[in-house]
Structure formats: structure tokens, C-alpha cells
Design a protein around this ligand. Structure first.
Ligand code: ARG
Length: 366
């Protein structure tokens, strides 16, 4: 047996055992399945997972996501099996359906769409970092839009895409199967839900003309289950407010909006001691939560999310599993010391199944 086959079996067997035990199946069933997997790996060098295996495997991978504070809900993940798809067009269609299902008019539902796994030279990639994201354009007068998207936006334009050069242009979907030319798809009108930002007290806040999209869909990570690599498996949860209010709109290398918010609040920006950044940050975050709620779009504040995470810890303890986590990611980027997560330590150990980063599909250097 080849080294690759041996590796595969080494990963497959413990996964099948754990997965089947968690699903409450009798041990004979796991034993039988492992024998079957062995046979297929021996003959073909790979094995095809059942729907139950990818479905529960994807949930386990969420549960093992050390950077994620929202893991209490890991069992609620909806898993769409798109492994049969061989054409870019039907993949795009499946992705649009995923976006529609997950958005659900604002009542966001966690979901994942799993495309065919990597197999030799067969490899599917979605080039986008997220299915929905805003373009970024480098111009003579600075960057328009999201600076985090500049590289990908250039790629899209090389492929013939033309943005409108507004600060919030939704990027097209880029799908690549094997070494074929990447295919570009504009997201259909009306598919993407967005939330314009207002503030409960600051009446002129709307003049900043800020908005954000309703649902984060990560589309560039690899899902690894039982030794099989799913290189295209976009997934979504719902937003925690600080992701938008403290990072996407506030980071100086993102939308950098704290100075604009501070001006609107007439804060003294000539000195750090006025705490103008901190005060602007709180109100920007308040506007995000307020606006999502007013538009009926699911969002969780960081205090509630931290409480949910501590419940997740109890739940894992009760199930006899050790909790793993990465502290630097779990603490929220606003008032972290006011949450229990701050005052804790976590073991940052990788457990499989797992979602992990993979090299960029379009940028050799990154
Ligand atoms: N932090 C990323 C963003 O702001 C999204 C990451 C996933 N977030 C989530 N709530 N599932 O777009």
C-alpha cells in the first residue's frame, strides 16, 4: 500500500470510529464501515464518504474551530452535498442557493455547501475569500472600498470584471475547476442582503452612508474530514457585531471610519486623552447592532456570544471532550475584559475534522 493510502487510512479510521460513536451507532457498524473503507482505499487510493459522514464531519469541524466564539450552535449546521457537481455553472447555482437559504430574509441559518474533494490533479477552488465581499480599488487618491480586497479585485478585473468604483461594490464569484480557466459570475440582483447603518441616538449618523452585508460566508478554507480534503466548502454563520464595528469598518487598514464617527460626535481629536477612538468605537458598534436588529437581520453582541461560548464549554465538558480554543481570537475586539473569555486560558490544540487555511488559489506569493 502506498504512503498516501496509509496516511488516508490513519485519518479515516479514527474519524469513522468517533463519528459513528457520536451518532449513536452500534460498534459493529463502524467496524464494518472501516473494513469497507480499507478495501476501497486499497483498490482506488481514496474512499467516498457517506452523506452522514460529511454532514457530521462538517459539524465536528465547526466544533473544533479554535478561533470561533459561536461554536455552541455547531449541531445546527445545515450541510448541502454538492459533491456530484462537475461544472462551474451548476456550482454557481448551488452557491446562489446556499446564499439564499442562509440569508433567509434576515433570519440567518448556518450552512455549508460541500463540493467534490481534492483527488490527484482534481481540485476545485473558489477564489473569493468570502462569497459576498466588497471590492477595493487602489487609485491615485487612495483606496476606494475595502483595502482587504485590493488583490482579489485586480484579479477580477484581469478576468474582465468591471466594478462601479463605489466603496461598496459586491465582488463577483470566481470558481475554478482543476486547471481550467476560472469562471466569473456576478451575484444575481436581490440575492445579497445588506444593512444600511443608522444610530439610535446620533441622528446624523446615516450621513456617513455606511452599510455592511448581512451574512459572512467564508469560501477559501479547506475542510478536512477523515483524511479527505474538501478544498471548496463555503460555510456561513451569523455575524457578531464587533466583526463589523470594531474591525471591518474601524481598522485603519480596512474602512478606517473612527475619525469620521468622532467628527460627527464632535469629540476632541487633538489628544488621545479624550479617548475619542474608544468613544467612537462604542457608537459605531452600537449602530451596527441597532441597524441589523431594525432590519430583522440576525446578529449577536459580544457579551451574549461570550456567554454562549461559556455554555459551549460546559456542554463539551458534559460530553467528555476537552475544550480547545485560541484566546487571542476568542476575546472580542471591544471591551474584552468585560467578558468571561478574557479571564480564561484555552488550549490551542488542533483536532480533526478541521477547517484550515490553504494557499491562495490565485496568488502564488500569498
Ligand atoms: N470576520 C469576518 C468578517 O468580518 C467573518 C468571519 C466569520 N464570522 C462569523 N460570524 N461566522 O467578515
Amino acid at each position: 500500500m502506498s504512503i498516501a493510502s496509509r496516511y488516508l487510512l490513519n485519518e479515516a479510521e479514527p474519524f469513522i470510529s468517533a463519528c459513528y460513536a457520536e451518532l449513536g451507532k452500534p460498534e459493529e457498524e463502524a467496524v464494518k464501515r472501516i473494513a469497507e473503507v480499507r478495501k476501497q482505499v486499497d483498490l482506488e487510493g481514496f474512499y467516498t464518504q457517506t452523506y452522514e459522514e460529511i454532514s457530521h464531519g462538517a459539524k465536528m469541524a465547526w466544533r473544533n474551530s479554535n478561533r470561533c466564539i459561536g461554536r455552541l450552535f455547531w449541531q445546527s449546521l445545515e450541510v448541502f452535498d454538492a459533491r456530484r457537481m462537475k461544472q462551474e455553472d451548476e456550482m454557481a447555482e448551488a452557491i446562489f442557493n446556499h446564499i439564499k437559504y442562509a440569508t433567509n430574509n434576515g433570519r440567518v441559518r448556518p450552512a455549508i455547501t460541500i463540493f467534490a474533494p481534492q483527488l490527484g490533479y482534481q481540485r476545485i477552488r473558489i477564489w473569493n475569500h468570502q462569497l459576498v465581499r466588497y471590492a477595493g480599488y487602489r487609485t491615485a487618491n487612495g483606496i476606494i472600498g475595502d483595502p482587504a480586497s485590493v488583490k482579489f479585485t485586480v484579479k477580477c478585473m484581469e478576468l474582465g470584471w468591471k466594478g462601479r468604483q463605489t466603496p461598496f461594490d459586491i465582488l463577483p464569484l470566481v470558481i475554478q475547476i482543476n486547471d481550467r480557466a476560472p469562471m466569473l459570475y456576478e451575484l444575481p440582483d436581490g440575492l445579497v442582503l445588506e444593512v444600511p447603518l443608522a444610530h439610535p441616538e446620533l441622528k446624523n449618523f446615516e450621513e456617513l452612508q455606511l452599510k455592511w452585508y448581512a451574512v459572512p460566508f467564508i469560501s477559501d478554507m479547506k475542510l478536512e474530514i477523515g483524511g479527505i480534503d474538501y478544498t471548496a466548502a463555503p460555510f456561513n454563520g451569523w455575524y457578531m457585531g464587533t466583526e463589523i464595528g470594531s474591525r471591518n469598518l474601524a481598522d485603519t487598514d480596512r474602512y478606517n471610519k473612527l475619525p469620521d464617527v468622532a467628527k460627527l460626535m464632535n469629540l476632541d481629536m487633538t489628544t488621545n486623552t479624550s479617548l475619542w477612538k474608544d468613544r467612537a468605537l462604542v457608537e459605531l458598534n452600537a449602530s451596527v447592532i441597532h441597524s441589523f436588529k431594525r432590519h430583522g437581520v440576525s446578529i449577536v453582541d459580544h457579551h451574549t456570544a461570550a456567554e454562549q461560548f461559556m455554555r459551549f464549554e460546559k456542554q463539551e465538558q458534559a460530553a467528555g471532550r476537552e475544550l480547545t480554543g485560541r484566546w487571542s481570537w476568542l476575546i472580542p475586539p471591544m471591551s474584552p475584559t468585560t467578558t468571561a473569555v478574557w479571564h480564561r486560558g484555552f488550549k490551542d490544540k488542533e483536532i480533526k475534522p478541521i477547517y484550515s487555511y490553504q494557499s491562495s488559489a490565485y496568488d502564488a506569493g500569498g
